[in-house]
Design a protein around this ligand. Sequence first.
Ligand SMILES: [Zn+2]
Length: 84
Amino acid sequence: MILNAALYFYTVSYGTSLADSQNITLVHEEMHIVTNLDDIGLANLLQIGVGAPPGMSQAQIAAADSVSIASWLAAGCPQPGGNH
Ligand SMILES: [Zn+2]
């Protein structure tokens, strides 16, 4: 697992605190390791992916799905369909 120290230790990317952001990043990366899925595969598994909108490149879809995963973690991992 590779983490960018400048982002990991000093920047709040997701959540409301640096610790939240670090936890979200760690769990996100661990989910990749455990499932052996990339961002698109993982987002689809969680039913939170953006799908394949016309005009979006694979890289753009992957980036959007990565954000979806982090946002889902920041929101406390709500079940698909909006039911907790
Ligand atoms: Zn990811």
